[in-house]
Ligand binder design. Structure first.
Ligand SMILES: C=C(O[C@@H]1C=C(C(=O)O)C=C[C@H]1O)C(=O)O
Length: 297
């Protein structure tokens, strides 16, 4: 049985710096003290959400589009960019049009960027690489594993490569490539709600949605504090810390909104990337609407 209480939804949190502003905003408002926040990489969160261990979580856009029958889209919040995103890349040792027949390593941590990169390489650049899935943490300093000519990677590792590209490696920002090709923003991740939880506890969902959009607004109005907090977070676990200036630029590039342009971009992505994500992608349908208070839509 599902029990409902305000802000007791089990909330996922992507353990990358892309969600540091949201963590900051939830701490600033005090919502973080009430909510149960589970931090993990996006694929682990998707597994937890689909198996019922979480109620609401950010997941890769592809995960949402694949499972749109079981998930609702939380309105008003996403992770995307209108142009360069700085943390979702194809990294290569040569031009992208040299990748025909060569091995491109795809980070197993990503579903959206890997499908986007395949679409860009095959349909915009016009090459047919051979793909190999690799755990992202096995990639070496260049981001490109032995035997591969290029790699697709996301998150903090990708942001580090962007901030300080190794010699001989070119970083191709997939948000920028998608924008050049389609004129549209890209949505990499959305917040999804288990449909059964949304139907049973619409008020808890609305409250969690309000807390998250409020967290984004708070972070947006304190960019310097957010960048400083994220810079401290970036050095945890022995990683080389990123400077606040890099993070300030990163959060300027990231767009946490989900408006009409982003919804149109999701439709376009679902059409263009169909077949590159392993399983069919649902186009957006009325299921994006949350159930109305007191009943189903
Ligand atoms: C901007 C990012 O957004 C993300 C990209 C994802 C993907 O490619 O599947 C999934 C979740 C987000 O973490 C990033 O990870 O750098």
């Amino acid at each position: 049985m599902t029990t409902c209480a305000t802000l007791t939804a089990r909330l996922g949190d992507i353990s990358f710096l892309n969600c540091a502003p949201i963590r900051w905003g939830l701490a600033d408002s005090g919502a973080a003290r009430q909510a149960e926040l589970v931090s993990a990489p996006p694929e682990r969160l998707a597994g937890e959400l689909l198996s019922g261990g979480l109620d609401i979580s950010p997941v890769s856009l592809v995960r949402y589009l694949r499972h749109a029958d079981d998930l609702c889209l939380l309105p008003g919040i996403a992770i995307g960019s209108d142009g360069p995103v700085r943390s979702c890349h194809i990294v290569s040792r040569g031009p992208l049009d040299d990748l025909d027949g060569r091995v491109v390593a795809l980070s197993a941590a990503s579903r959206s960027t890997t499908a986007l990169a395949r679409t860009l390489l095959e349909d915009a650049v016009g090459v047919r690489p051979v793909y190999r899935s690799v755990p992202q943490d096995r990639q070496d300093g260049s981001g490109i594993p032995a035997g591969a000519a290029a790699a697709v990677l996301i998150g903090d590792d990708a942001l580090r490569l962007y901030a300080d590209p190794p010699r001989g490696v070119t970083v191709h920002d997939t948000g920028a490539l998608w924008r050049e090709w389609t004129g549209l923003p890209m949505v990499f991740a959305v917040w999804a709600v288990r449909r059964r939880f949304a139907e049973a506890c619409p008020d808890a969902v609305r409250e969690a949605g309000a807390a998250l959009t409020d967290a984004v607004a708070r972070a947006r109005s304190h960019p310097v504090e957010v960048a400083a907090a994220a810079a401290r977070e970036s050095g945890r676990g022995g990683a080389a810390p990123l400077g606040p200036a890099v993070l300030l630029d990163y959060y300027r590039a990231l767009d946490y909104s989900l408006g009409d342009r982003q919804l149109a971009a999701i439709q376009e992505f679902a059409l263009r990337a169909a077949g590159r994500a392993g399983t069919p992608l649902h186009p957006l349908h009325p299921s994006v609407r949350l159930p109305a208070p007191g009943g189903r839509t």
